[in-house]
Design a protein around this ligand. Structure first.
Ligand code: NAP
Length: 252
């Protein structure tokens, strides 16, 4: 049975975009905003945002930054118009609790905003704060049924999704086989610390069942390396699985 995201046209094409220290941390131990990457990485991130119909990030990320990255580059804005996309992608936060500070600058940015939450988390939010609220049924939140959530996005016209972290959200979408592409910028610093966040948090994957990737491209700008990986489809069999594309089975 194919369980690759490619095999499911009902969900948007989803691309995870992160910047990481050489030692695999996406922020320092204070878990604040990660501002360690270069101007070239910000340009890269803006291009990824500009290419998408929607942008998804976790509540932890929004609390750390208080803001989101809108498209400002004139050429990228013109390309969006040419593709028939709205000026800005919808900026969607995943927050089951809905416990977000409405005073954050995010709520004053000139971008369409969306919220993915529970019935309780949706309480009290006004249409000027979130133009789109996806309230997920309780039977789809333990664990979160991201295939179902992303299908709602697709039905709302979101065919491409940029996933901007953090590690909690990335782990949840990988668990559901909902990430197609991964861009990681390796940055020239070492953050260390066992409590510093990493690209993929959660319970983790056993090596035999871990998502496998193929390198699509790599580019160096100064001391940073821009890596583009594609998540390989998995094909389950009765007791094990094999990878497509003639890759050796990780089970041996
Ligand atoms: N370097 C980079 O490229 C990059 C990119 C993004 C983020 N970051 C960093 O990543 C950090 C944030 O990542 P994160 O993994 O902490 O957060 P996150 O992935 O942004 O958000 C975690 C989400 O999990 C939800 N959640 C669901 N069940 C939960 C549970 N049982 N316990 C806790 N949360 C639960 C939380 O919901 P509620 O809202 O209801 O609490 C929250 O929205 C920040 O330090 C940020 O700077 C770095």
């Amino acid at each position: 049975m194919a369980i690759a995201p490619e095999s499911n046209p009902a969900i948007p094409h989803t691309t995870l975009v992160l910047a990481m220290s050489l030692d695999g941390k996406i922020a320092d131990v204070q878990r604040g905003a990660a501002r360690f990457s270069s101007a070239a990485d910000l340009t890269h991130l803006e291009a990824q945002v500009a290419a998408a119909d929607g942008v998804l990030f976790g509540g932890g990320t929004l609390r750390a930054y208080g803001t989101t990255l809108s498209v400002r580059n004139a050429e990228l804005l013109a390309q969006r118009r040419q593709r028939g996309q709205p000026e800005q992608p919808v900026q969607i936060v995943w927050s089951p609790s809905g416990n977000l500070n409405p005073e954050m600058r995010f709520f004053r940015q000139a971008v369409p905003r969306g919220l993915v939450t529970t019935a309780a988390g949706a309480q009290g939010w006004e249409v000027n704060q979130f133009q789109h609220i996806w309230t997920i049924p309780a039977d789809k939140t333990h664990p979160w049924d991201w295939k179902w959530v992303l299908a709602q996005f697709k039905q709302a016209g979101i065919s491409s999704l940029a996933l901007l972290g953090g590690g909690g959200l990335a782990a949840d979408l990988l668990r559901c086989h909902c990430i197609h592409d991964i861009w990681i910028t390796v940055c020239p610093l070492i953050l260390g610390g066992t409590t510093a966040p990493t690209p993929v948090e959660g319970a983790g994957f056993l090596a035999d069942l871990a998502p496998r990737l193929r390198l699509v491209s790599h580019r160096t700008v100064g001391d940073e390396v821009f890596l583009h990986y594609r998540v390989l489809p998995l094909h389950r069999t009765a007791n094990s699985f094999t990878l497509e594309n003639n890759q050796p089975s990780p089970t041996g």
